[in-house]
Each structure stands twice: as C-alpha cells, then as structure tokens.
Design a protein around this ligand. Structure first.
Ligand SMILES: Cc1ncc(COP(=O)(O)O)c(C=O)c1O
Length: 412
C-alpha cells in the first residue's frame, strides 16, 4: 500500500508497535500454516470431540466443551427456531432495543439454576468479569485477587481503578495477611475478594471455604468465577462452591456460557438487594450489543441439560482416566486432584512446541499454553476433556502422549 502524507502532517518518528518487537521476533520462529499452535483452523467440526484439521481427522482434546453441548440436538434445535423467529442478531444494547423475551427468560433460568434473587447476562464471560469487577470496585475500593487469576479478572480490576492486591495462589493464610494489612490502613474500605472455582491452566480447585472465611473475617465481599466449573462440579452443576457446600459464603457467582454451556455469553448471579442497578451503571453491559437470540436459546436449553448428573459422572470418569494414565506414565502434571483439565508440564519451551506439533501429526489437538498465559512460567500441554469423549479416544490420546513424550525425551 502506498501512503502519501498530506503536506501539513508531520511524519511519525515513533512506532507504537516497537514494544512488541521481542514478541514478533519470538513468534516468527514458529512454523507458519497448520502447525503453528496459535493459528490452527478447523476445516470442519464433525462432533464435540472430532474435527478435520488441514485435511486430517483429529481428536479435539482441548476445547473446554466439557458437556459436549455444542452439538446437542435440543440446543441446536432451540437455536435454529430462535434464528427463524428473531433473525441473526439484536443490533442493540440490553438497555435499548437489545432485550428480547429470550434474554429475560435466560436470566430467569439462571436464577432458578443458582437459586438466587438476581441474574444478569453479558455478551461474553470476559465482559462479565470486566463489568462486575470494575463496577463493584471503584477508585476508593480494593480488589484482592488470586495471583493466578484469569486475564479478564485483571482487566476488570484495571478498568475500575481500584487498588489491586494479589495473594499467593490458593493460600488462605496469605489472603488473611493481605486483608488484615488493608483493614489496618483503611478500616472502612470496600473490599472485593475474587477467586476462581477451577483454575483454567492447571485445573486445580480453590479451597473456597477457607478463602471465603478469611474474607468474611475482614468484612470483604466474595466473588467466585465458576467459568470452568459450571456443569462440571456440584450436585446440580452449579460449580465448586456447590460441590464444597459453601455457596452461603459467596456473594457473587460469575461464569460463562462458552464452555460447559457450549455457546457464548457470560453471567453473574447474586442475592444482593441492590443488584439490579448494575443494568444502568455497568458499562460492559450497557455499551455493547446483546447476545443473538439463537445463542440465548441454546444457552437456555443447555442450562437445563447440564443439571444431569450422568454427564458430570461421565466427564469426571474420562478426566480421571486421562489424568491417572498420564501421571502413572511418569509425566509431571499440573494437578493431581479431581479436574476436567489435564496439563503436562514440559520444562523446555521449544520441546513443548515440538510436542504439540507431533501430537497434531498423530491426530490429537491439545492446547499449547506458554507464558504469559500460564502461572509460574510453565509450558503446558493442556487437555480439557468432555463428557462426549469415549474411553477409546482417551486411550488413543494416552498412547500418543507417551510415545511422543519418549521420542522427545520428556519421559524417560
Ligand atoms: C476463569 C475465566 N473467566 C472468564 C473467562 C472468559 O470467558 P469467555 O470465553 O466467555 O469470554 C474465561 C475464559 O477462558 C476464564 O477461564
């Protein structure tokens, strides 16, 4: 492209992209095309667990499609009907023309699902964190977050201009210390403590009871992000707080429809009596278009279906089979607990990239997760399993993980 500057424009001497030069240099070392772990493109998706990638049939072992809802017949039919009845999108904000009866029904379904007084739906889980955290914790408040928090939690803190304090990952004693220090300094400050039910990279569970008790001791409000645990844990799939029987200690529960629910969108539920004012003051709710009716309809249906404990049992059996198989084979694993996520730690980044590519050659797609997306600078081969996987697929993954691990020296 030939760009001609007008006579009165001063030519730019600064390059706003300069700060990314080291990332550009590192990225350019990666192969281009289908074997670049960050530019994979699906030719066709065959089912929740299989796709054709670059012409090859590939098992999907890293999609967060925990309940396999993306191809559920009832969810698809609900979406198709809504598409026919309401068109492809709302073209407006929830506070203008973007609230249809479906959006309100979805919020009613969430209230029923969580047994709470209030529910609000956002266009993504990212926006739910951005909106709720930034609106609840303003410039005079504190947000105290786990050091391994998801980027959307960090971004929500920055947007609200609250003072951000981090505590050591899953460490109630450290949280207690941080809160005590804030209270000594500022006895009346508003404090929001944010934790996740399951941490997405390693798949470890938060000790919600101990963390929430530390928060309550210092009169702080507790928000739990159940993005990776809705559907997966708890008697009716409400998440880790339900599983640990500590929902009464949680003030705000937040999550996403982009994983177990199999579509797109985010939500927050609570019993706080002033909750509804968020619809007017929460900028990532107000200043964006609402979810398309088809997405709303499939989310609504999926929330009904994921209550089924059979799916949860199936998912956890699948996950335990892979997690146990990998640790018995001698891999260094991210977590040893009950989790739908299995993450193999690979010490060397170059070997991790090669590992990912070999697994693709063998017809298995996993997530390659590297810093800064991972905690403690870890390189991970991250799998997130589905209730829709068969034992046969899991055994195939195991066989290939072990064979490639030996070939690359990750396993003895
Ligand atoms: C803990 C956590 N919160 C929020 C999100 C954002 O969800 P969404 O994909 O709906 O934007 C994610 C997504 O990975 C997540 O892991």
């Amino acid at each position: 492209m030939n760009i001609k500057l007008a006579d009165n424009v001063i030519p730019m001497t600064t390059d706003l992209f300069e700060k990314f030069d080291s990332i550009i240099a590192e990225y350019s070392q990666l192969p281009t095309g289908p074997l670049n772990p960050f530019t994979v493109s699906m030719d066709t998706v065959v089912s929740p667990t299989e796709a054709i990638i670059n012409g090859k049939k590939t098992i999907l072992a890293g999609t967060n499609n925990y309940m396999g809802m993306t191809y559920n017949k009832e969810c698809m039919l609900a979406a198709q009907n809504a598409l026919n009845d309401f068109g492809t999108g709302t073209t407006g904000s929830r506070v203008l023309n973007g609230t249809y009866n479906g959006h309100k029904e979805l919020e009613e379904t969430l209230k029923d699902f969580y047994q709470t007084d209030h529910a609000i739906v956002f266009s993504t889980g990212y926006q739910a964190n951005l909106g709720i955290i930034s609106t609840l914790a303003g410039p005079k408040d504190y947000v105290v977050i786990d050091a391994d928090s998801h980027a959307s939690i960090y971004d929500g803190c920055s947007m609200g201009n609250a003072t951000i304090v981090r505590f050591a990952h899953n460490d109630p004693e450290n949280l207690n210390k941080r809160l005590a220090r804030i209270r000594r300094k500022d006895p009346k400050a508003g404090i929001l403590v944010v934790i996740e039910g399951i941490y997405s990279m390693l798949g470890d569970q938060a000790p919600i009871k101990e963390l929430a008790e530390a928060a309550k001791k210092h009169d702080a409000v507790v928000l739990v992000d159940e993005a990776h645990s809705i559907g997966v844990f708890g008697k009716t799939g409400r998440g880790v707080a339900q599983e640990q029987e500590v929902e009464h200690l949680v003030d705000f529960t937040l999550g996403t429809f982009s994983k177990s629910v199999g579509t797109l969108g985010g939500y927050c539920v609570s019993n706080h009596p002033k909750f509804e004012i968020l619809r007017l003051v929460c900028r990532p709710y107000v200043f964006t278009a609402s979810l398309p009716p088809s997405v709303v309809a499939s989310a609504n249906k999926a929330l009904e279906l994921i209550k089924d404990s059979g799916l949860r049992v199936k998912l956890l059996n699948n996950s335990m089979r892979l997690n146990k198989g990998l640790s018995n084979a001698g891999f260094k694993m991210g977590t040893t607990g009950k989790s739908p996520i299995a993450a193999i730690v690979v010490d060397d980044k170059k070997i991790a990239i090669a590992y990912w590519q070999h697994m693709m050659d063998e017809g298995v797609y996993v997530n390659l997760a590297v810093p800064p997306a991972t905690p403690n600078g870890l390189n991970l081969m991250r799998c997130s399993l589905s209730a829709a996987h068969s034992f046969e697929q899991i055994d195939y993954m195991l066989e290939k993980f072990v064979a490639v691990g030996k070939e690359l020296g990750v396993l003895d």
